[in-house]
Design a binder for this molecule. Structure first.
Ligand code: ADP
Length: 361
């Protein structure tokens, strides 16, 4: 029986399990078996895997029990890893050997931009087709408007900020809330717009230490001034902004010593944002990614990634929202997202600048 291999790699993201489930269900419906590689590229190198389908009466392929229940869950039932060995060709050769031994028609890699780069490396070094599915809460993968996990992470952040706002308004407090995003401020930016925050700090907009402290202090001063008289000030800060949140809080408090009874608090949401059941939207996208990834493998495609993208670039698929992109182009655009030269980043920064005045109102 023909089979497909699937793995999850890099930073986990809600929606990875929904994508695994979709891959397995679609593959089973096409009479394929599915093998899950454990712990990302580590499992590929070490040859550790387990079946994700089984055959029942009449030889019908069906998902195994934990795949049936995995769809909603955050994290990944296959495990994930950062695997430094995969950067070395000798270990990738070992991985290719294990993959060959599984006798599958292709490998689906679900992961972030590093994992997609790894998929590109092996796709070019072996004859087995590889298709990527983008999953990263940071939304820092090129040529997909959204990666799996972004929507769930944003829902978590928005809910956390709403809860913080409840208590902040009760006591007239300022909160600086830090969200994940070392290189990408997307989560901070999108959350700031959705929570009517008073300011947002992004790594894409480089400000010195002093400028950052001054801007936050000024924002809080204005917000709590006798004219404006707000009851809550909310500043959302991306992790990648070069000042630790507790230090920013201390510096801002020192600048605002003249305001009576001022309370400024910092909250780092951290890994809370990574976990949790995936949202409807992430499950929807995961399902459609899974379907088009299997279709791409069955069509013999390799070194491509599925992207959620309503544009006329990329290759159309059976799904009007999903396009297929050569991974080389994805990696080029990912680099531009990271170094800020991408039109997408310029657009985000411009949009952010255009709403700065709105945020500070
Ligand atoms: P993410 O996929 O979430 O971006 P990482 O950047 O840590 O996470 O990448 C996950 C793994 O992908 C790495 O630990 C490594 O095994 C593999 N990888 C990343 N970049 C490359 C590359 N250029 N060549 C080969 N493998 C890579």
């Amino acid at each position: 029986m023909a089979s497909v291999a699937v793995l999850t790699s890099g930073g986990d993201a809600p929606g990875m399990n929904a994508a695994i489930q979709a891959v397995v269900r679609v593959a089973a419906s096409r009479d394929l078996d599915v093998v899950g590689i454990l712990d990302g590229y580590d499992g590929l190198i070490d040859g550790t895997s387990r079946p994700l389908t089984r055959r029942i009466g009449g030889g019908v392929s069906v998902p195994v029990a934990d795949v049936d229940s995995a769809g909603p869950l955050g994290g990944t039932i296959l495990g994930s890893s950062r695997c430094p060995r995969f950067h070395k060709a000798e270990f990738r050769a070992k991985a290719a050997e294990h993959l060959r031994a599984l006798d599958c028609i292709g490998l689906i890699v679900i992961g972030g931009n590093g994992s997609i780069a790894g998929a590109h490396a092996i796709a070019n070094e072996m004859e087995i087709p590889v298709v990527g599915i983008p999953a990263s809460i940071d939304n820092d993968i090129g040529l997909t408007r959204e990666a799996l996990g972004v929507d769930t992470a944003l829902n978590t952040i928005v809910e956390a900020c709403d809860r913080i706002s409840d208590t902040a308004r009760s006591h007239r407090r300022a909160f600086i809330v830090e969200v994940m995003g070392r290189d990408s401020g997307y989560l901070a930016m999108a959350a700031a717009a959705a929570t009517a925050a008073d300011a947002v700090l992004l790594p894409e907009v480089s400000k010195s230490f002093d400028e950052t402290v001054d801007a936050v202090a000024e924002c809080i001063r204005h917000s709590f001034s006798s004219e404006r008289h707000k009851r809550r000030t909310l500043v959302i800060k991306a992790e990648g902004v070069g000042i630790p949140t507790h230090m920013l809080v201390d510096e801002v408090v020192a600048q605002l010593e003249d305001i009576d009874n001022l309370e400024v608090r910092g909250t780092v949401l951290g890994h809370l944002v990574r976990g949790g059941n995936s949202s409807f939207r992430d499950r929807l996208i995961a399902g459609r990614f899974g379907l088009t990834a299997i279709e791409a493998l069955l069509a013999g495609r390799t070194d491509v990634m599925v992207g959620w993208n309503l544009t006329d670039t990329g290759e159309p698929t059976s799904d009007s929202f999903i396009r297929l992109f050569p991974i080389a182009l994805v990696l080029e655009e990912t680099q531009a997202l990271i170094d800020g030269s991408s039109d997408v980043i310029r657009g985000r920064v411009e949009r952010m600048e255009s709403i700065q005045g709105v945020l500070s109102l």
